[in-house]
Design a protein around this ligand. Structure first.
Ligand code: GDP
Length: 425
């Protein structure tokens, strides 16, 4: 059975203490006692948030590792039928888009290398319709060449962002390990990066951002750093789209996802309270369970704990599906989230927990002047969603450790590397 001391874990927010600019109209509607109006605004916001597009253009010469990078980013195995085909020599100006399997609004565009097309950089960008991209990743498996520089310069002119990814770093590391007696990981990586930066600077790119990546081990080397850079440089409204579509490469990502979901709980709670629905059996407050189902489904998918994500992880990490599922402790992971399931899980938290939720809820009444039923619904939804979020985040950590611990390519990585790259085996 799942036990958790809820009151110590969950610090409730003031339901009216929102940033008005974040969601205009909700506070005003609530103050006017227009609950339906508030709920409608929240619903609109939640729907819009799910549809924010993110277009990532991946370019580089044939064989540089674009498809493999796209597949790894999306958590798709190269052998999967949704995978971008790898190891195929391109000769045409063929552009293929690969949606993220869980977030179809996040699109990866496999763009041919500029050298393949023989178009000058400006024409190339026009042809690929550069306007639609949020940023470009220029991939090379060697040092960056003249074409990469030209393209970067043109992208810069168009005021778009670009990042250089030096791929297949695992190959370099292995080769150096074999050839050098006093091999130092830091030293080897430093040299490769320096070499790339030098080439780009000579070509006229100021302070180029180069990331050393192995698509077979995204948690190693510079991919986590690329993730942080993207997060910092993307406009705020696009950040969650990127974050949720990121594979769980380390504990930090899992925690960031949790924080982002936590920040949304107030909206779900107000929305759920405003449209009082089914009463929770042990506490006769009405909450909108369909909204709760949506929130919990979002958590499950965001943490990669839905069945199809776990299946994909099983295949990319080489860990049997059943073994991944064996570490799950919450009754929500790997299950289809339904109102029945939510009610079943909630009914486990009876007695003191339920009362505390009610008590906590009633404390809102004099403070915010919300109708009693609404305060109780708010408090109940808030507590329930926080609890579900904690459960699923914990499961995500367990699955992450399991997948990594048994991944054969990670075995043999030294403790030093694990510490440096934040891997917890
Ligand atoms: P694309 O033509 O740019 O899409 O390149 P692919 O993704 O098809 O990759 C070309 C070859 O490089 C394939 O055989 C991949 O398996 C291999 N490859 C790609 N990325 C990596 C990597 O990070 N490490 C290693 N060792 N091989 C890679």
């Amino acid at each position: 059975a799942y036990t958790m001391n809820i009151p110590t874990l969950i610090k409730m927010e003031n339901p009216l203490d929102f940033y008005p600019e974040e969601l205009p109209g909700v506070k005003e509607a609530l103050e006017k006692n227009d609950q339906a109006g508030a709920a409608e605004k929240i619903q609109e916001y939640l729907e819009k948030k799910d549809k924010i597009p993110l277009n990532i253009g991946i370019t580089g010469e044939s064989g540089a590792g674009k498809s493999t990078f796209i597949n790894a980013f999306r958590g798709v195995d190269n052998r999967d039928e949704q995978a971008a085909p790898t190891g195929i020599v391109e000769t045409t100006m063929e552009i293929t888009q690969y949606p993220h399997p869980n977030y179809p609004n996040v699109l990866f565009w496999d763009l041919p290398g500029i050298g393949t097309t023989n178009f000058p950089a400006d024409e190339y960008l026009k042809l690929v319709e550069f306007e639609k991209f949020d940023f470009f990743v220029i991939i090379s498996d060697t040092r960056f060449r003249e074409n990469d520089v030209k393209l970067a310069q043109e992208i810069q002119k168009m005021e778009k962002k670009f990042y250089f990814v030096r791929s297949k770093i695992d190959n370099d590391v292995n080769a150096e390990k074999r050839s050098q007696r006093d091999f130092s990981l830091e030293g080897s990586l430093g040299k490769i990066k320096e070499n790339c930066i030098e080439g780009l600077e000579t070509g006229g790119i100021k302070s180029p951002k180069v990331f050393l990546v192995s698509s077979f081990d995204l948690h190693l080397y510079d991919f986590p750093c690329l993730q942080k850079t993207l997060e910092k440089e993307l406009p705020a409204h696009k950040r969650d789209a990127l974050l949720f579509s990121m594979p769980n490469i380390n504990m930090e990502i899992i925690n960031k996802k949790k924080e982002a979901f936590q920040a949304q709980i107030k909206w779900y709670s107000v929305g759920s309270a405003a449209v009082a629905g089914v009463p929770i059996p042990w506490l006769s407050v009405g909450v909108d369970l369909t909204l709760m189902v949506k929130a919990v489904t979002d958590y499950e998918v965001g943490f990669g704990l839905n069945e199809s994500s776990l299946e994909r992880l099983s295949s990319t990490a080489g860990v049997p599906y059943d073994e991944l599922c064996a570490v799950l402790q919450s009754p929500l992971a790997a299950e289809k989230i339904t109102t029945d399931l939510i009610l079943k899980v909630l009914s486990h938290f009876t007695g003191t927990t339920a009362l505390m939720a009610a008590e906590e809820g009633s404390r809102f009444i004099p403070i915010f002047g919300l109708p009693v039923a609404m305060s109780l619904s708010f408090a109940t939804t808030y507590r329930a969603l926080s609890l579900f979020l904690n459960m699923l985040a914990d499961d995500a950590q367990r699955v992450f450790k399991k997948a990594l611990g048994l991944n054969p390519s990670v075995k043999g990585v030294s403790l030093e590397v694990c510490l440096r790259y934040g891997i917890f085996l």
